[in-house]
Design a protein around this ligand. Structure first.
Ligand code: FAQ
Length: 311
């Protein structure tokens, strides 16, 4: 019995064999990966902006250099991810054009403002915490270049999360005002962070197929549950209150029950109408335009070299 190309492909996936750029793959697999990897890359680039807002306002030289390093790591993650998407035939110019025109998606979380220093703690602790939970399984995703990029990204994200938690811990052990700032940050960031995992499984059009192709290893709801179970004890350790009146330990499932996310807010942000969507896109467009001279210089240099090599 001869297997079709598609059946052979699925058999490799089922045997946990990595798919590499030159291997045959169904068009829809390629398309899904380009979609997810490019959205992920865009998230890293846009994700530099909320924290970038605090580089000049960090409370000490040490804090400033740590924050600067973290934001630079995010730029690096974006570059590995764009490279991974390029191995599937996507062009970087096109991906960036789609980001700049507002056509491409990026994570909803980066459309919220960073109002206080505690927000740097919350972004590291909660947002990077969510990012790690989502990305550690992606180190075993079925597409080789994406999986390999995730290994280094996850190592750096772990450092980011530790630094965020340490900011929170310092604030929580500080003055009453500092503790209140930490609580206020948690109040604003908790629900948007739960939204990072995406819509409920029952409303997620891509999950079933992506699980079948082993692009995703866990569903959106599974990861959201893991996140709550991991974070609640950490909030308790810090002496902070998670802003969810429905949060309750469930002995039978050995996990927390928790309230429903405001899905209307989520879709509103995804559609471009969140608090900072316009500002974030404008900042990326401006950065791209201001970098035009670098791209021109690099092209001119490459051209000169080519001519020199030709003689
Ligand atoms: N925001 O069917 P699903 C970081 C869209 S971490 C906006 O469930 P899927 C690190 C989704 O694209 C953040 N849109 O989709 C950092 C789809 O739309 P489409 C980035 C969202 O793909 C930390 C539609 O809704 N991480 O950057 C969101 O199976 C701190 C239906 O959804 C990744 O991208 C959302 N939250 O599951 C940087 C991880 N959720 O394309 C700086 C990789 C869903 O059909 C500072 N990505 N949508 O038009 C994934 O794991 C998946 O793509 C999910 C979504 C889980 C995000």
């Amino acid at each position: 019995l001869e297997l079709t190309q598609e059946e052979q492909f699925q058999a490799r996936i089922d045997a946990d064999v990595r798919i590499e750029p030159k291997d045959w793959m169904p068009d829809a697999y390629r398309k899904t990966l380009i979609r997810q990897i490019s959205q992920h890359a865009h998230s890293e680039l846009v994700g530099m902006l909320p924290e970038g807002n605090w580089i000049t306002r960090a409370p000490s030289l040490k804090r400033k250099s740590i924050l600067l390093a973290k934001v630079q790591d995010e730029a690096g993650h974006g570059l590995y991810l764009y490279s991974a998407a390029e191995t599937l035939g996507a062009s970087r110019d096109q991906m960036l054009a789609d980001l700049h025109s507002g056509k491409a998606k990026y994570s909803s979380i980066f459309n919220y403002p960073t109002l206080s220093w505690a927000d740097m703690g919350c972004v590291g602790w909660l947002v990077d915490g969510a990012a790690i939970l989502n990305q550690v399984p992606l180190c075993r995703t079925s597409y080789g270049p994406y999986a390999r990029a995730m290994v280094r990204v996850c190592k750096e994200e772990s450092f980011h999360q530790r630094q965020g938690f340490e900011i929170m811990q310092t604030l929580c052990e500080g003055s009453p005002e500092q503790k209140a700032m930490a609580q206020e940050g948690l109040n604003r960031w908790w629900w948007p962070t739960l939204m990072m995992f995406g819509p409920k499984d029952s409303e997620s059009p891509n999950t079933a197929q992506s699980m079948n192709w082993r692009i995703k290893r866990f569903t959106n709801d599974e990861l959201r549950q893991k996140f709550v179970d991991m974070m609640v004890p950490q909030a308790e350790f810090l002496g902070l209150t998670v802003p969810d009146p429905n949060l309750k330990w469930n002995e039978a499932k050995q996990g927390y029950d928790f309230g429903d996310v405001d899905w209307e807010e989520f879709w509103n942000v995804v559609k471009g109408n969140g608090m900072c969507n316009k500002e974030r896109l404008q900042a990326r467009v401006q950065a791209h335009e201001e970098g035009a001279w670098v791209r021109e210089a690099a092209l001119a240099h490459a051209e000169k070299r080519k001519q020199r090599e030709a003689v």
